[in-house]
Structures are given as C-alpha cells and as structure tokens.
Design a protein around this ligand. Structure first.
Ligand SMILES: [Zn+2]
Length: 96
C-alpha cells in the first residue's frame, strides 16, 4: 500500500493513503492544490501542489477534480457581445 507522508497544521507529520487525498487542478495548469482529512484530528487541510507533487500524486492513484473558478472572463463576454452586435443575424452564429 502506498503511503503518502504530509504535514497537518495541528498534528505535524501524518501518513495517508492515496484514497485519503484529492487533487484540485486548474484547467491548463500543471499545478494545483491537494486536500486531505487529517487522520488524527479530522480537520480538512489544503496544501499547494507543484507540478512534481501533482504528477507523483496522480501516479499513486489520487483522484482529482478540475476547478474552474472563472470559466468566462469579462473580455470574452465583451467579445461575444461585440460579435453579436456586428452580426446582422445572430442566430447564424448559433447555427454555425
Ligand atoms: Zn491533524
């Protein structure tokens, strides 16, 4: 069984299994965070994971989810609105 050693803010060094951790990844980035529930004090902890940590955790079978806090930017909305305004038949955009 793979064990992953990390640190709890309250307890210090703790050992986890891949099932205890979850990766939070941002789209199109190779870095993110991982979170785990401390087996000793049961608080949820979150730690930054650089690219190397992410690849190691994925290799050991840690589940992950893609977090997208800002899926559409103001610029994209403005560009879309401008495209609609410039388009005499907006429904053609949808059909395309
Ligand atoms: Zn703890």
């Amino acid at each position: 069984m793979t064990t992953i050693k990390t640190t709890c803010s309250w307890c210090g060094d703790v050992q986890l299994t891949p099932a205890d951790l979850a990766l939070e990844l941002a789209p199109s980035q190779d870095e993110g965070n991982y979170r785990f529930v401390c087996p000793s004090c049961t608080t949820v902890q979150r730690r930054p994971a650089n690219a190397r940590v992410v690849s190691v955790l994925l290799a050991t079978g840690v589940s992950y989810e893609v977090i997208n806090p800002d899926p559409i930017t103001e610029d994209e909305i403005a560009a879309f609105a401008a495209a609609l305004a410039a388009e005499p038949d907006p429904f053609r955009l949808l059909a395309g």
